[in-house]
Design a binder for this molecule. Structure first.
Ligand SMILES: C[S@@+](CC[C@H](N)C(=O)[O-])C[C@H]1O[C@@H](n2cnc3c(N)ncnc32)[C@H](O)[C@@H]1O
Length: 205
């Protein structure tokens, strides 16, 4: 693990016990509906969720699928395990860095991540890993906040970025659609329910 990855991991360890409370307002106002929309796109039987965090997506997991979920923060994984018990959910939870996934090539039908690539130190490396473990023809689905296309909002986001990285490990100035496009998928689609700030991305291997 690189020193930068270790720093970001420790930031998520630190906020994990409070994470759901920190985001509760945004979750109600913005995220819930978008989570439902991205999970509706999931196809296939063998699914990988990357950057599972405290397990906020558990409520959207489709029934009768084999789901594995990873996160590099052991404290996030602990929180997700508590939620797994409360919901009696059958999901395998593993501590793992998305930049170096411990799965064989072409293993999953679908790989999905929500609000992850704002914090991965080397997002292109992480995205190439998602592509590697996804089966040919399989989908990589992402829900990501990105740098706004509104010039004024984008300049404020650039100014605030060092602060958000320091506080919560998240970059608010990433251009994740472009990064996905650079990874050699056979197609990359930005779904219609995207906004200037939050993108739903479907990439086919
Ligand atoms: C902003 S949180 C989002 C959590 C969850 N996906 C959600 O939608 O609520 C980002 C998550 O990604 C994890 N993460 C960041 N970089 C990672 C990496 N390189 N490998 C695995 N997990 C990572 C963090 O520990 C954290 O749980």
């Amino acid at each position: 693990m690189t020193p930068q990855t270790d720093i970001i991991k420790k930031r998520y360890d630190r906020i994990a016990p409070y994470f759901d409370r920190i985001e509760s307002m945004m979750e109600k106002m913005m995220f819930g509906d978008l989570r439902a929309r991205i999970w509706q796109q999931v196809k296939g039987e063998n699914i990988l969720e990357v950057g599972v965090g405290t397990g906020k997506n558990f409520a959207y997991y489709p029934a009768n699928k084999t789901i594995t979920a990873i996160d590099f923060s052991p404290v996030m994984i602990q929180e997700a395990k508590k939620k797994r018990i409360n919901l009696s959910l059958d999901v395998e939870l593993l501590e793992m860095d998305v930049q170096a996934l411990d799965f064989s090539d072409n293993h999953f039908d679908c790989v999905i991540g929500t609000f992850l690539f704002c914090s991965v130190p080397d997002p292109e490396q992480g995205l190439r890993e998602l592509k590697r473990v996804c089966k040919p023809g399989g989908e990589v689905l992402l829900l990501e906040h990105v740098l706004s296309t509104n010039k004024f909002i984008a300049s404020v986001m650039q100014l605030l970025n060092p602060l958000t990285v320091r506080l919560v490990g998240a970059n608010i100035n990433r251009q994740t659609v472009k990064t996905v496009q650079a990874c050699g998928f056979s197609s990359v689609e930005v779904l219609a329910s995207s906004s200037h700030l939050v993108k739903l991305i479907k990439a086919i291997k």
